[in-house]
Design a protein around this ligand. Structure first.
Ligand code: SAH
Ligand code: SF4
Length: 410
C-alpha cells in the first residue's frame, strides 16, 4: 500500500522534507531518481540529520558525499514554520504566533517549570467545536495542520531553546542512548542546566486533535521515533473534548497519555458548555475512558475540569464527579483549571475558596485533584486563550464587508 504523501508544493519546485517519516523520505528520494538501496540509506541519514540534529542545511550533512549534498539542496529543503511574533510572559511562559506557507496563523506555547518544560502544540487552525468557555472555539475551523506543521512546532521550539545536540555524531550516539534510558524513568527527568528544557508535549493548543487524527498520529510518531526527537510516549499527552469514536484508535495507534476535557458532570451543563456532549454523552465518554487500554494505574487518565463560577463548581458537582469516576473504576486524576478569561467570554472564574473546597472534596475521596496555576495569562497564552490572527483578519474583513454593504444600501 502506498504511504500517503504529506508534501507541500513550493513555488521554487523544491520539496519540504519537514514532518516526513523515514518511509516517506525514502519514497521522495526514489521519486527524485535515487535507486532503492540509495533511497533507503540516505533516508536513514536524512532522518537523523532532520530530527536528531535539527539540521536544516544540506551542506552541513557531513556524512553525505558533497555531490549528494548538492543534489539534495537542489531538490529539497528542510523548512520551519514562519514565526510572526514571539512573546514572553512575566512568568517565563513563551508564546509563538506561527504562519504556514499558505498564510494560516496558529500558536504554540512553551511552559517552563522547575522540573520540566512543556510544549503546548496546536493541531488545527481554529476548531470545529465551540466549547463556550474557549477562545479558540469562537474561531471557525480554518483547516487541519499537516504533520509537517505539527512536528514543525516541536522543531522550532528546539531551535528557539537551543536544544539540538552538538559535537560529533559518535559522541551524540552515546549521549542519545543515555538520554533514552533516562526517559524510561518517570522520576528522573534529564533536566540539567545545559540539557533539555523541552521535556514534555501536550496536544492542548488550538484545535481538537482527534478531529485531525491521521496528521496528529503521523506527527507524534515522528516525534516519538528513537532515532529522531525521541520523546517518550509517557511524556506526551493528547487532550480531547470527547471524540468518543476515535478514542480506541488513539490508544492503539498513538498510545500516548490521554486527557479528557470533562468540565461538567450533568447532561444539562455539559451539553451547554461542551456541545460535543450532545453527540457523545458523559456515560458514553466515561465508558470509552474505561476502555482506553492503557488506562491502568501507571498511566492514569487526566480529567480536565475548568472552574466556572456558579456553573459547574458546587459541592454536589464535586460529589457527582467522584461518583462517576468510581462507577467506571477509572484510574483517574482531575486537573482543576481556573477559568482563563478572554474578551467577550460569558463566564467568570470560580473564587479561590470555591476551587479549594471542590478540590478538597475530590481529594478526600482518594482522587488526586490539583489546581493548576494559570500560566502566561498576560500574553493570552493560558489554556483556552489562544486565538490566531487568521480569524481576527477574516473577522476584520467581515466587518469591512458589512460596512461596505451598509454604505451600498445607504
Ligand atoms: N481541543 C482539545 C485540546 C485543547 S484545549 C480539548 O478540548 O481537550 C486544552 C484545555 O483547555 C481543554 O481542557 C480545554 O477545555 C481547556 N480550556 C479551554 N478554554 C479554557 C479557558 N478559557 N480557561 C481554562 N481552560 C480552558
Ligand atoms: Fe475546540 Fe478544545 Fe476549545 Fe473545545 S476546548 S473549542 S474542543 S479547542
Amino acid at each position: 500500500m502506498p504511504v500517503p504523501r504529506a508534501v507541500t508544493p513550493r513555488d521554487d519546485g523544491r520539496i519540504d522534507l519537514l514532518g516526513l517519516s523515514r518511509p516517506q523520505i525514502r519514497d521522495t528520494l526514489a521519486e527524485a531518481g535515487l535507486d532503492e538501496k540509495q533511497s533507503k540509506l540516505r533516508a536513514k541519514q536524512l532522518f537523523h540529520w532532520l530530527y536528531h540534529r535539527g539540521e536544516t542545511d544540506f551542506t552541513a550533512m557531513t556524512d553525505l558525499a558533497k555531490p549528494m549534498r548538492e543534489w539534495m539542496a537542489a531538490r529539497f529543503i528542510v523548512g520551519r514554520p514562519q514565526v510572526v511574533e514571539a512573546q514572553v510572559s512575566n512568568d517565563g511562559t513563551r508564546k509563538w504566533l506561527l504562519r504556514s506557507d499558505d498564510g494560516q496563523d496558529y500558536e504554540m506555547v512553551f511552559i517552563p517549570d522547575a522540573d520540566r518544560g512543556t510544549l503546548c502544540v496546536s493541531s488545527q487552525v481554529g476548531c470545529t467545536l465551540n466549547c463556550r468557555f474557549c477562545h479558540t472555539g469562537t474561531m471557525r475551523l480554518v483547516r487541519n495542520l499537516t504533520p509537517g506543521e505539527i512536528v514543525g512546532q516541536v522543531m522550532l521550539a528546539r531551535d528557539a531553546l537551543g536544544e539540538w545536540p552538538r559535537g560529533t555524531m559518535a559522541a551524540d550516539a552515546s549521549a542519545g542512548a543515555a538520554a533514552n534510558d533516562a526517559d524510561e524513568d518517570e522520576d528522573s527527568p534529564h533536566y540539567t542546566a545545559d540539557g533539555r528544557l523541552l521535556t514534555n508535549i501536550v496536544m492542548m493548543g488550538m484545535g481538537e486533535p482527534l478531529y485531525n487524527f491521521e496528521n496528529v498520529r503521523d506527527a507524534l510518531k515522528v516525534v516519538m521515533d528513537g532515532d529522531g526527537l525521541a520523546l517518550s510516549k509517557r511524556r506526551i499527552t493528547l487532550s480531547t473534548s470527547g471524540v468518543v469514536p476515535m478514542m480506541a484508535r488513539a490508544a492503539e495507534e498513538i498510545g500516548v497519555n490521554l486527557a479528557v476535557s470533562l468540565h461538567a458532570v450533568t447532561k444539562e451543563v455539559r451539553d451547554e458548555i461542551v456541545p460535543i456532549n450532545r453527540k457523545y454523552g458523559i456515560e458514553e465518554l466515561l465508558q470509552a475512558c474505561a476502555d482506553y487500554p492503557k488506562a491502568n494505574n501507571a498511566r492514569r487518565i487526566t480529567f480536565e475540569y475548568v472552574m466556572l463560577k456558579d456553573k459547574n463548581d458546587s459541592d454536589d458537582d464535586a460529589r457527582e464527579l467522584v461518583r462517576l469516576i468510581r462507577k467506571y473504576k477509572l484510574p483517574a486524576k482531575v486537573n482543576l483549571i481556573p477559568f482563563n478569561p478572554w474578551p467577550g467570554a460569558n463566564y467568570e472564574c470560580s473564587t479561590p475558596e470555591r476551587i479549594r473546597a471542590f478540590s478538597n472534596l475530590v481529594f478526600e475521596a482518594g482522587i488526586s485533584a490539583p489546581v493548576r496555576t494559570p500560566r502566561g495569562r498576560d500574553i493570552m497564552a493560558a489554556c483556552g486563550q489562544l486565538k490566531s490572527a487568521s480569524e481576527k483578519k477574516s473577522r476584520a474583513e467581515l466587518d469591512r464587508l458589512a460596512e461596505e454593504k451598509q454604505l451600498a444600501l445607504g
